[in-house]
Design a protein around this ligand. Structure first.
Ligand code: AMP
Ligand code: GLY
Length: 424
């Protein structure tokens, strides 16, 4: 099969790295890719949201399967356009991608399907939203309805903070049109986990779980990021919890979307909170997590390509992905300053030395090659991904590799996996 992966981050590097191992692969492109992805795939200079050019490219090259990494192009209708052109695509239609693209829509679908989640209300009027916040009290959570690059969520400890969030989102339009509507919801306290299921429009099969580290600093301090590291399996996700997630979250969601005439295909990513009152769904994403994909791909012990193709083709029934028992960990190296402003084009050295650590793929998230050197081009730049018998062993390997990387302008957290290691 000729495959095109869309995206250029660490998640897409992980997908390309795994797809490259498939005996069924004949050709692999990635648009736009990055300096690391160029080692696995032919990078194509087309942006991930340039829908027209992506479709033209896929048609011109006779691509058999397009695997879409990020949510942006899905929300813009890339999957619909590829389907119309007769090309198999792993990733949902625009109508189904609303599960991530509109938090209000997601909450409506989820609550109507009886999926356990936080209580909520949708508002297009700021004054009404504020009255509701005052009536409910804090802690309380305020979210923009639309996509805001992961920044449209305020977990407010006080009523004042929640009211300010409404002013920022609906008044000052800090997130543009994404804040035309807000969702106000119950604060849930517990331990978060990321669960994945592959979906083909009719059914869903479990596809692993991971735990992410969203805060920028050690000890889970500082501002939220896209994710500073992850590990899989996540001990908080017991087999019983995984089963409960299939029965109470994924399968009802797939059924509800089909009933609405927007069948979901691709990967459904459930961000859940494990609370004393049981598991509750925080959010759906319509794509793999980044950096969760890196650890899932490191543990997947079977060919990825036929599985993604089966999800895309609606023939997933009976598919059982296989995992190795080992633990996988990814530690993200980011540019100093991230998630705030950071320098670009700083030179990264020692990547070959780091890759010399056995079983440690260095996955690239935001890099480019300039004048023969690898330079940092994004906030999250590298994902050092290691396998071990235990989380502690994977962690030791990942940090050994990191210590061989010479990049003074970069940093990483030093405690990725602490919850799992503390439990062991
Ligand atoms: P989201 O974009 O919906 O995943 O929200 C980003 C982060 O905000 C989540 O990963 C949680 O850490 C936090 N969060 C979102 N919703 C809630 C909630 N209802 N209660 C507590 N924390 C939340
Ligand atoms: N790591 C969280 C996400 O991809 O949304």
């Amino acid at each position: 099969m000729k495959v095109l992966v869309v995206g250029g981050g660490g998640r897409e590097h992980a997908l390309c790295w795994k797809l490259k191992q498939s005996p069924r692969l004949t050709r692999l492109w990635c648009a736009p890719g990055n300096a690391g992805i160029a080692g696995e795939a032919e990078c194509v200079d087309i942006g991930a949201e340039d829908v027209d050019r992506l479709v033209d490219f896929a048609v011109a090259r006779g691509v058999d399967l397009v695997v879409v990494g990020p949510e942006g192009p899905l929300v813009l209708g890339l999957a619909d356009r590829l389907t119309a052109a007769g090309i198999l695509v792993f990733g949902p239609s625009a109508a189904a991608a609303r599960l991530e693209g509109s938090k209000g829509f997601m909450k409506d679908v989820v609550s109507q399907a009886g999926i356990p989640t936080a209580w909520y209300r949708r508002f297009t009027d700021a004054a009404a939203a504020k009255d509701f916040i005052r009536a409910k009290g804090a802690p309380i959570v305020v979210k923009t309805d639309g996509l805001a690059a992961g920044k449209g969520v305020v977990v407010a400890a006080s009523v004042d903070e929640a009211l300010r969030a409404v002013d920022d989102m609906m008044g000052a339009k800090v997130f543009g049109a994404a804040g035309d509507e807000v969702v106000i919801e119950e604060f849930l306290d517990g331990e978060e986990a990321s669960l994945f299921a592959l979906c083909d429009g009719k059914t869903a099969v479990p596809f692993g779980a991971a735990q992410d580290h969203k805060r920028v600093g050690d000890g889970d301090s500082g501002p939220n990021t896209g994710g500073m590291g992850a590990y899989s399996p996540a001990p908080v996700v017991t087999p019983a919890l995984e089963q409960e997630a299939m029965e109470r979250v994924f399968l009802p969601a797939v059924k509800a979307m089909a009933a609405r005439g927007a069948p979901f295909t691709g990967v459904l990513f459930a961000g859940v909170m494990v609370t004393p009152a049981g598991m509750k769904l925080l959010e759906f994403n319509v794509r793999f997590g980044d950096p969760e994909a890196q650890v899932l791909m490191a543990r997947l012990d079977c060919d990825l390509l036929p599985i993604l193709a089966a999800a895309a083709a609606g023939t997933l029934e009976g598919t059982r992905p296989e995992w190795n028992a080992a633990a996988a960990m990814v530690v993200v190296m980011a540019a100093a300053g991230y998630p705030g402003p950071y320098a670009r084009n700083t030179v990264i050295r020692g990547l070959d030395r780091a890759a010399g650590e056995p079983g440690v793929p260095v996955l690239h998230a935001g890099t480019a090659r300039k004048d023969g050197q690898v330079v940092a081009t994004g906030g999250r730049v590298l994902g050092i991904t290691a396998i071990g018998e235990t989380v502690a062993e994977a962690q030791a390997r990942a940090y050994r590799a990191i210590d061989r990387i010479d990049w003074p302008e970069g940093f990483c957290r030093r405690d990725i996996g602490w919850r799992a290691i503390a439990r062991a």
